[in-house]
Write a protein that binds this ligand. Structure first.
Ligand code: GTP
Ligand code: ZN
Length: 399
């Protein structure tokens, strides 16, 4: 039986260390279930809060000013009623600044992480809240006024993002003693700090669960290694061509999944040809690795990417479309890729990318990049504007 190396990002440094810093010793065997599934306990409350948020069930964000919170996209009448009855003070709708500007119809001079819009109680109906959250829906909105942003606003928006929902949250300070009220029974509590630390914490739980040969048309000796994190949800793949660990600095591509481009052959982006082109290039060189990461839509998720496309069809570019929905232009983090490279024993690499943020992000996680190798795909007549925006606004180097 082969013992595989554990994957242990160093939380303090936001990067990768060789030390095992998380819970019990982690010596996962291929295909065997982990024995320390209670490990990384801080991620567990976040997983459960994400699940409840996707159902529209309010959760409590613990911290100096505990909040009761539910996503505007999923909360229904029952959830709003619960928030109303457990609130200790005024409720508000938290929006990312770009979305708040559109809803308020004014520019916001001092954006910060969130803008709060006052909600009168009893709370307005769920359909109106959804329209306020989602710029792709019909925009007949009541007049909203700004109010004070509550503590833990960043954590509340982070919860919406982790749930891959629109970052628009109904929040209210929760009544003291809520936990002993019948109404509060069963509400989940998640510490604000755990929500903010989650991306790094989760990367620290990545482990290898399957490894198998998958001969590819362009690379007959390819192998797949599947990685799973403790949430048992999103799985990331390493596609190995040849023996990359045997190279002094193998070619590596960090590819974020793109259902529309990789699978359907959408012409809106360059993802499909980049993926196939990377594998072909590695086969020509004799070795390389594609990390195929479940970070669809630059980390905003497939549904939100489709919403972004709707806004792009109305004239926004890829950067402004993300922002209009309340996301950053790029929401990916590099802890996952760094942890996978660590597990594969790849510390010095040549990175196949046009995106300087990827190079910088990986280097910040402790990966040595000896060369950036350009990966240019010619425009196809549909994605010309998309590629031009990547060059003009996202710093992509097309040379
Ligand atoms: N939000 C959003 N995501 C998009 C859009 N078009 C493509 N994507 C996503 O962008 C990701 C592809 O980016 P990558 O190929 O990993 O890399 P990159 O940042 O373009 O940089 P390169 O390494 O130079 O290709 C995939 O997750 C796609 O789903 C878009 O218009 N909006
Ligand atoms: Zn794509």
């Amino acid at each position: 039986m082969t013992l595989l190396p554990s994957v242990t990002p160093d939380r303090a440094a936001g990067g990768v260390s060789r030390k095992n810093t998380v819970g019990a010793p982690r010596t996962d065997t291929m295909g065997a279930p982990r024995t320390d599934t209670m490990g990384a306990p801080r991620t567990r409350a976040v997983h459960r809060a994400v699940a409840d948020s996707r159902r529209g069930v309010p959760v409590i964000i613990a911290g100096p000013q505990p909040l009761i919170v539910a996503p505007a996209e999923t909360v229904g009448a029952e959830g709003l009623n619960l928030i109303d009855r457990l609130a200790a003070g005024p409720a508000s709708l938290l929006l990312a600044p770009a979305r708040a500007e559109a809803v308020l119809g004014v520019a916001i001079a001092e954006p910060g992480v969130a803008v709060a819009l006052a909600l009168a109680r009893p709370l307005i109906d769920a359909a109106t809240l959804r329209r306020a959250a989602d710029p792709t829906l019909e925009q007949i909105l009541p007049r909203f006024n700004r109010t004070v942003v509550p503590g833990q606003a960043a954590a509340a928006l982070a919860l919406g993002k982790l749930a891959r929902l629109l970052p628009a949250m109904v929040v209210a300070p929760v009544r003291a003693g809520w936990a002993s009220l019948p109404l509060g029974a069963g509400l989940l509590v998640v510490p604000a700090a755990d929500l903010l630390a989650y991306p790094t914490e989760l990367a620290a739980t990545l482990h290898r669960v399957a490894e198998v040969a998958i001969p590819l048309a362009d690379a007959p000796d390819a192998r797949l290694i599947a990685f799973r994190a403790l949430d048992q949800g999103i799985e990331h793949m390493a596609i190995l061509v040849g023996d990359p660990a045997g190279q002094p600095a193998p070619l590596v591509r960090i590819h974020s999944e793109c259902f529309t481009g990789d699978l359907l052959g959408s012409l809106r982006c360059d993802c499909g040809p980049q993926l196939k082109g990377a594998i072909k290039r590695m086969a020509d060189e004799g070795a390389g690795v594609v990390l195929y990461l479940a970070q669809e839509g630059r980390g905003i998720g497939l549904i939100n990417k489709l919403r972004a496309y709707t806004l792009q069809d109305r004239g926004l570019d890829t950067v402004d479309a993300n922002r209009a929905l309340g996301w950053q232009a790029d929401e990916r983090n590099f802890h996952i890729a760094a942890a996978m490279l660590e597990s594969l024993g790849l510390h010095r690499i040549r990175l196949l990318t046009n995106n300087p943020d990827k190079t910088a992000g990986l280097m910040a996680c402790g990966v040595e990049i000896v060369e950036r190798v350009a990966h240019i795909i010619a425009p196809n007549g549909v994605n010309d504007g998309y590629l031009a925006t990547k060059a003009a606004r996202m710093g992509h180097l097309f040379e």
